[in-house]
Ligand binder design. Structure first.
Ligand SMILES: *Cc1c(COP(=O)(O)O)cnc(C)c1O
Length: 495
């Protein structure tokens, strides 16, 4: 098998093995690790369609994580995709109103982040062993709501690790917040910051770049890493489920081998849709990548105009995990459309941090031809939930609804009738109030847990364990801080 090495999008110049890139998270020049080439699938889609999720995941990930042995990688996969998921299929595909919903929310925290964050702790502790790292790994994470809980669940009580999660105090759903602040595990810390997700993410990135602080902690036996989707160990597991979705369609004879599909992804930090783009580059027959945004439509504007401009009002929406103005993973796409030119990538990212915007050239824009950008406002999102429920009885969450709306818009606008796989990124139980109010505004009079019981009645979907768990769980984390206090909070936790 061809060895795949990783290097920074900004030209730091060093080459890293996959396990080193997983350990380090972010390159020292602030760039993101990218594979030096994207490997091609080495099994036919027909062969892959005969495998279970774990088997297929191995076949995809072995091509990226080439310095992990077969035994190491298979053990990581077995530990990640086990009975924490409430279905053996791990990511089932459900047809509704002419589209296929790839349900990525059957893991421990009922959002798609579990698909990668169930695996990342295992990839990381294996990497530490392989590379003789004896320090305690401190995971720093900024969350718009779902990453935080999924990372906490993944790392809680994992020996040799600690995890600190920062979330926007007034920017997540009540259930998201309850899930995080009830987290058990002596190695966990959860902090509500007085700011939005971008503030949290920028704060975390700054701490990663703080060499003096890193040295101080190094002396105390700690090393930082990241569980955010900037970590290549988050991205690679996400490639698998697009291959999985294709092979399900093939196995169920809904498509023929080699037929094209489109994918439609509700997007925030651009990690999930980038994974689909990687899958396409591996040879998976994907035609269009439909990138769906909510009212924070910075990506839609970028695909329209070629200008990425974060200087705009920030909106808190009913799909909070997509309330993002700086989509970190877009940097990996920029690197590719600039022809793997690190200097150019660094220049554009410099403009983004300096002026909050950049414009790509016409030839770079041609590299975006596979993407279609769309967005749904709050009313459209809500109406889509209601429409899908009333026509098919299927209940989707607010994030998935954004994608579902944009998907219908794309179909109507282009007449393209290629089968579409919509990434269904959260269980409706995670955003119950918004979902139920969309179906009938009368529901707003009820309490959160009454709504959960009502959702169970109307959807015929069992209440997930993750929700049952928080009904009575005590709040264990009460720390709040200002943006400029994040470092102090971490230092306090690691004392
Ligand atoms: C994180 C998240 C998204 C956005 O995914 P990105 O990879 O950041 O683009 C969408 N929906 C849900 C429910 C999420 O948790």
């Amino acid at each position: 098998m061809k060895e795949v090495t990783y290097s920074s999008t900004r030209g730091e110049g060093k080459k890293y093995t996959a396990s080193m890139a997983v350990l380090q998270g972010l390159a020292s020049d602030g760039g993101l690790f990218v594979p030096d080439s994207i490997p091609a699938l080495d099994k036919s889609l027909k062969e892959l369609s005969e495998m279970d999720y774990q088997g297929l995941a191995y076949e995809v990930m072995k091509l990226f994580l080439t310095d992990y042995t077969e035994d190491e990688l298979k053990k990581c996969i077995a530990a990640a995709y086990d009975s924490k998921f409430d279905t053996e299929e791990i990511a089932p595909l459900s047809e509704s109103c002419g589209s296929y919903y790839l349900e990525l929310f059957h893991g421990a925290t009922i959002a798609f982040k579990d698909m990668a964050l169930s695996l990342l702790p295992h990839l990381m502790t294996t990497a530490a062993k392989k590379n003789g790292l004896e320090k305690e790994i401190v995971i720093l994470t900024a969350t718009s709501g779902d990453t935080g809980k999924a990372a906490l669940a993944g790392f809680a009580d994992v020996p040799g690790t600690r995890i600190v999660v920062f979330y926007p105090k007034s920017g997540v759903s009540p259930i998201q917040e309850k899930q995080m602040v009830t987290q058990k595990g002596a190695n966990t810390m959860v902090v509500g910051i007085h700011g939005n997700f971008d503030d949290a993410q920028t704060g975390v990135k700054k701490i990663f770049g703080d060499k003096e602080f890193a040295k101080e902690l190094d002396e105390k036996g700690f090393v930082f890493s990241s569980a955010n989707s900037i970590n290549i160990g988050r991205l690679v597991p996400q490639v698998c489920y697009y291959v999985w979705a294709y092979t399900r369609l093939l196995k169920e004879e809904r498509i023929k081998d080699g037929d094209m599909i489109n994918v439609c992804v509700p997007t925030g930090n651009f990690g999930n849709i980038l994974a689909a783009f990687y899958a396409k580059n591996m040879g998976l027959p994907i035609k269009k990548l439909i990138c769906a945004s909510n009212t924070n439509k910075v990506l839609f504007d970028f695909f329209e105009s070629g200008t990425y401009d974060r200087n705009r009002e920030f909106h808190v929406t009913s799909s909070p995990s997509m309330d993002i103005l700086i989509s970190s993973n877009l940097e990996r796409l920029i690197y590719m459309i600039a022809g793997n030119d690190t200097k150019r990538c660094a220049e554009l990212m410099g403009e983004l941090s300096g002026n909050g915007k950049y414009t790509i050239s016409d030839s770079e824009k041609k590299g975006l031809a596979d993407f279609y950008g769309g967005y749904a406002d709050e009313k459209e999102t809500s109406e889509q939930i209601s429409k899908i429920y009333k026509t098919s009885g299927y209940v989707i969450d607010t994030h998935t609804a954004v994608a579902s709306y944009v998907c219908d818009k794309y179909k109507a606008e282009t007449g393209d009738d290629t089968p579409v796989v919509i990434a269904s990124t959260a269980s409706p139980y995670k955003f119950t109030r918004s979902v139920m109010n969309s179906i009938d505004p009368e529901y707003d009079k009820k309490t959160d847990f009454e709504l959960i019981d009502d959702l169970c009645k109307i959807s015929n979907v069992e209440i997930p364990q993750a929700i049952e768990d928080i009904r009575t769980a005590p709040v264990l984390h009460k720390t709040e801080c200002d943006i400029d206090e994040m470092k102090t909070v971490i230092a306090g936790f690691l004392k």
